[in-house]
Design a protein around this ligand. Structure first.
Ligand SMILES: [Zn+2]
Ligand SMILES: [Zn+2]
Length: 84
């Protein structure tokens, strides 16, 4: 089980142990813990679901985030509903 010592700004120290693997950001060269997933909808109807950290998840709407690739592809605009 991986355990990581931590220290908070007020001087508190401790160890946090994780029992399951947490997903990591999928951006190249980034190994930050993922807190988001890309919500871009592919032509197949599936979402991209790339894992993204806070720095690489680009918010494009209410609880909608794009990975850097899809942000560039769409110009950052909110997707129109394909089923309208
Ligand atoms: Zn990242
Ligand atoms: Zn994506």
């Amino acid at each position: 089980m991986p355990c990581t010592p931590f220290r908070t700004p007020d001087g508190t120290t401790g160890i946090v142990c994780t029992s399951r693997r947490r997903p990591r950001c999928s951006a190249p060269g980034c190994n930050a813990p993922s807190g988001f997933q890309c919500d871009h909808r592919e032509k197949s109807g599936k979402t991209c679901d790339r894992h993204l950290c806070a720095a690489h998840a680009h918010q494009v709407g209410d609880d909608m985030h794009f990975c850097p690739t899809h942000l560039a592809e769409t110009g950052g605009e909110r997707q129109r509903d394909l089923f309208a």
